[in-house]
Design a binder for this molecule. Structure first.
Ligand SMILES: *Cc1c(COP(=O)(O)O)cnc(C)c1O
Length: 430
């Protein structure tokens, strides 16, 4: 495979954009290589500027559950564009998307739209603090909730990959209200509650996707819910990644635990920038202009973005078994990886939740960030490079989750599995 155009593009971009990218993980730094520049997407495929095609298991880091250039979404966007790009005034499309979200999530009575997952989480935290009149929050090591100041503490994926769990530029005064607990470890949460009686909320990815794919144990979530109730603390499920990906109606339907607030992003925008947060009416009514907690956005509820979101969620609702079908493909893919690994004596742990898949080259099951960090990073880098050269685009960090879209066929899955065998065989020298 030739990458000369990508290499030239990357060189030029680095002169003008820090690191050549507008979001750090895209730079391929964690696998010690350089990124391919993308020209276009076609269904299951990414096409780079050198004309190479890759089966895409990243899908813009989650949003594109129907693959690239899905006709329904594309047409909805084109139609919306023709009516105007932005009004800064209410539109029916916002109420339409809100009604879909409220219908799908039992825990959501009311929802507000923003333009990114970061914004959704930042706003949900402010709301939780405003509602409870408390300052402290609890987050888990390895969970990522966007790049706002108080949440950039041991934040998984990008942050972990670069070895800077908390970033320079974030004053300690801002993070002193953020208490850290260990994922799937209820004792560590109890300790937070023992240390502070001022905890506004506990925020968690119920299906963590930013330390690799690590779902929370049901029992752990149940105890977490009980602890929150005992202390008058809100429980926030950050489903920016898992929402409409792991299951259609939220992690609450597979964990049996109901959160007070939910944050959404990625799939909800169908590929356009949309985030959302929602929950019980009693809490949401504290938001401005109904209540005193301020939150706003010039482009929030943007009509073109809402059109993409409505098309994507509309399609998911019409084909409610879609996620199960994708889960079957994801399971087959991970089964194939495990077989190839065992053939070459490489340790491997895999997980599937709906259209999300994750794997670690580890001996033991991964239950938290410390376990995830035990992955053989060098092996992962070789695996990533080998698969890319074979025409398969996997996330360039071992702390990221993989995704199946409806455009990825069974035949493509089988081809990917064959490539696992070749690539891992080459790496192991057998
Ligand atoms: C991606 C992600 C975010 C941040 O969303 P952005 O749109 O990148 O700001 C927040 N929380 C989780 C769980 C995510 O996966």
């Amino acid at each position: 495979m030739q990458h000369t155009h990508s290499q030239e593009d990357f060189f030029q971009a680095q002169q003008l954009i820090p690191g050549g990218v507008n979001s750090p993980v895209r730079a391929f730094k964690s696998v010690g290589s350089t990124p391919v520049f993308i020209k276009e997407g076609k269904g299951a495929y990414l096409v780079d500027v050198d004309g190479n095609e890759y089966v895409d298991f990243v899908q813009s880091w989650g949003p594109l559950i129907f693959g690239h250039r899905d006709e329904t979404i594309e047409n909805a966007v084109i139609d919306a564009v023709k009516h105007g790009l932005s009004f800064g005034a209410p539109t029916e499309a916002e109420t339409e998307l809100a009604s879909k979200v409220v219908e799908l999530f039992d825990s959501i009575d009311k929802v507000r739209f923003v333009s990114s997952g970061t914004e959704a989480v930042m706003s949900a935290i402010r709301l939780a603090r405003g509602f409870t009149g408390r300052d402290d929050i609890v987050k888990f090591e390895g969970c990522y909730h966007g790049h706002s100041d108080s949440l950039l503490v041991s934040a998984g994926s990008g942050a972990a990959t670069f070895g800077t769990p908390s970033s320079p530029g974030v004053p300690a005064d801002f993070t002193k209200h953020t208490l850290l607990a260990k994922y799937n470890d209820i004792e560590s949460v109890k300790k937070c509650f023992a240390d502070s009686n001022d905890i506004a909320c506990v925020i968690i990815e119920p299906i963590a996707g930013n330390m690799g794919l690590v779902p929370a144990d049901k029992e752990f979530l149940k105890e977490l819910r009980e602890l929150c109730d005992e202390h008058g603390t809100l429980l926030i499920f950050d489903e920016v990644m898992s929402g409409f990906r792991a299951t259609l109606r939220g992690a609450e339907t597979i964990t049996g635990v109901t959160p007070d607030l939910v944050t959404l992003g990625k799939v909800i925008g169908g590929g356009m920038p949309v985030g959302a947060f929602g929950g019980r009416a009693e809490i949401m009514s504290q938001l401005s202009p109904e209540g005193p907690v301020y939150q706003a956005g010039t482009l929030s509820g943007n009509p073109v973005a809402m059109a993409a979101g409505n098309a994507a969620l509309g399609k998911l609702k019409q084909n409610s078994r879609v996620i199960e079908v994708l889960q079957t493909r994801a399971s087959r893919l991970m089964e194939g990886l495990e077989e190839a690994c065992s053939k070459y004596g490489i340790p491997c742990q895999t997980t599937v939740r709906g259209s999300m898949f994750g794997f670690f080259f580890n001996e033991n099951r991964v239950k938290n960030f410390d376990d995830a960090a035990k992955t053989d990073a060098e092996l992962f880098a070789k695996f990533h490079a080998g698969m890319l050269e074979a025409g398969f685009y996997f996330a360039c960090s071992l702390y990221e989750t993989g995704f199946i879209s409806t455009a990825i066929t069974d035949e493509m899955i089988e081809r990917t599995i064959e490539a696992f065998d070749t690539v891992l065989g080459n790496i192991s020298g057998k």
